[in-house]
Write a protein that binds this ligand. Structure first.
Ligand code: ZN
Length: 501
């Protein structure tokens, strides 16, 4: 048994190594690679991913998993070995159910559509993507079909990113959230909008980067085991627990851009850096779900980085870094500016109150498409209707409407958007539990101290990697199942005070 376990560990480490090498190539592609490298690089990454996939789906893994079943069932659920076998089995079963020929067709198709979308979006040309999006919808349904026995066709697609979550759980959760958010948003926008011109002055790049690095160093980002570089669309890449990199982009005419996206990516990175070191090289050494990952980016970006306490400590430092721009801007003006709520058409620029409305619209449209209640050709109109109903504004064209997000044009329809809303909901539930356990956290934030919060998150969430699912972690850490109450309480308290609701 010992030999079989060691063999499974070795094979899964090799799969990890191939995937990590592909991630290094991807990171380089989006940071420093000259444009001439693009074509070959795409092939190099695809080769490594294919080798990893072949290794994962090799019958030898299936045989080892079968042979290890008695050993696994004799161990407690959360023993390292039992968790490793369970996670490899999940990865293996997901991978072998989908025929290689289908995966190839899907990845060729999505690569083609992505290319078309990059031109169709600036040209406001939904007609150019429409037939391809029909095919994506068809392929998305086929992909779900490889996992029979689901309640809802979106469930297998959600399960890839947020294991165990289902449409039947998410629909009521999002519906409840929607019912709270819409009146809150309407009450806020009935008042005079916050003035955010103080953020829209000229802020030299070098000082912006330096300030962001100071903030995340205080959060606990470990520069011995990570670094930050520039890119177009910020992301976090883990090569190993000793090397977790974040990327950022700077706009010299908008202070918020780099500052909050740096905190956001640092949140993702703190999660990856916090995974127990002895899990390194095993498939357990990764964040457990897309929702849980996003909960950490949003917790550090919003619950910490847009809080009054945080800025009580940092505002003077920011003013010192940018005296010309900010010396005469009072604290409250700045604080309202970074928490401005306004209806907008673009999800990625949305504030905390409206962000989830953007996500819920996409989730509902995905359900309608997958169920066949909505045709692809009617999607732009359905999009406009929902924006009018939920946010009170209609996109003037598809650039600011249905063509805005990369997701449907670079992958399948279904399974990605829910993670953004889940992340917000979880972020508040976790933060509330952390403060409940350690009432000293809020006063510490005002002194620029983040150690107690960071340690609580490491102990309750980060260290485990993907040993537990997100739902299991939430229950263990907060003593309650996932629910929206802490998130609503958080928004009410913060925006109630800002806007006297
Ligand atoms: Zn994120």
């Amino acid at each position: 048994m010992k030999a079989k376990l060691l063999k499974l560990k070795r094979l899964s480490r090799e799969i990890n190594d191939l995937n990590a090498a592909a991630t290094v190539l991807y990171w380089d592609q989006t940071t420093y690679m000259p444009p001439g490298g693009a074509e070959t690089r795409a092939r190099q990454i695809a080769t490594l991913r294919r080798l990893a996939h072949e290794k994962l789906t090799h019958p030898a893994i299936g045989r080892l998993l079968n042979a290890l079943r008695p050993y696994e069932s004799g161990l407690p659920y959360d023993a390292d070995d039992a968790s490793l076998i369970r996670v490899v089995r999940r990865d293996y079963e997901r991978a072998v159910r989908v025929p290689a020929a289908f995966m190839e067709e899907l990845s060729n198709h999505t690569a083609t559509l992505y290319e078309i979308w990059t031109k169709a979006r600036p040209a406001n040309d939904f007609a150019a993507v429409e037939p391809f999006l029909e095919k994506t919808l068809d392929l998305s349904r086929q992909l779900a079909g490889f996992f029979p026995g689901y309640e809802h066709i979106i469930d297998p697609l959600i399960d890839f990113a947020d294991e165990g979550m289902k449409a039947s759980m998410l629909r009521p959760l999002f519906c409840e959230l929607h019912q709270h958010l819409v009146p809150m948003f309407q009450a806020i926008t009935a008042q005079q909008a916050a003035d955010d011109t103080c953020l829209l002055q000229r802020f030299p790049e070098e000082q912006q980067v330096a300030f962001g690095l100071e903030v995340i160093a205080r959060f606990g980002f470990d520069f011995e085991r990570g670094r930050q570089d520039k890119t177009h669309h910020p992301f976090t890449a883990r090569f190993s627990s000793g090397d977790v990199r974040i990327t950022t982009r700077v706009k010299e005419d908008d202070l918020g851009e780099a500052l909050f996206s740096t905190m956001h990516e640092a949140g993702h990175a703190l999660y990856e850096q916090g995974i127990r070191r002895d899990l390194e090289g095993t498939p357990l050494a990764r964040g457990t779900s897309s929702g849980m990952h996003e909960s950490q980016s949003r917790l550090w970006e919003n619950l910490v980085g847009r809080s009054r306490g945080f800025w009580r400590f940092f505002y003077l430092r920011l003013q010192t870094a940018f005296p010309q721009q900010l010396a005469s801007v009072p604290f409250d003006v700045f604080f309202r500016a970074i928490n401005k709520v306004k209806p907008s058409l673009i999800r990625t620029n949305a504030d905390e109150v409206t962000y989830n409305l953007h996500v819920i619209i996409r989730f509902d449209l995905e359900l309608a498409l997958l169920e066949g209640r909505l045709l692809v050709r009617d999607l732009p109109e359905a999009w406009r209707e929902r924006y009018k109903a939920d946010l009170g504004m209609m996109p003037p064209d598809d650039r600011e409407g249905v063509l805005q997000d990369v997701h449907w044009y670079s992958g399948v329809i279904g399974g990605e958007f829910q993670g953004y809303a889940l992340g917000n909901i979880m972020s508040a539930q976790l933060f509330e539990a952390a403060v409940g356990a350690h009432p000293e956290i809020p006063p510490e934030l005002e002194q620029g101290k983040f150690g107690t919060l960071h340690n609580w998150l490491k102990d309750e969430i980060y260290q485990y990697g993907c040993k537990y699912t997100a739902s299991e972690l939430i229950e263990r850490a907060t003593g309650a199942p996932l629910n929206i109450e802490p998130y609503i309480r958080y928004l009410r308290a913060k925006y109630g005070e800002l806007y006297r609701l």
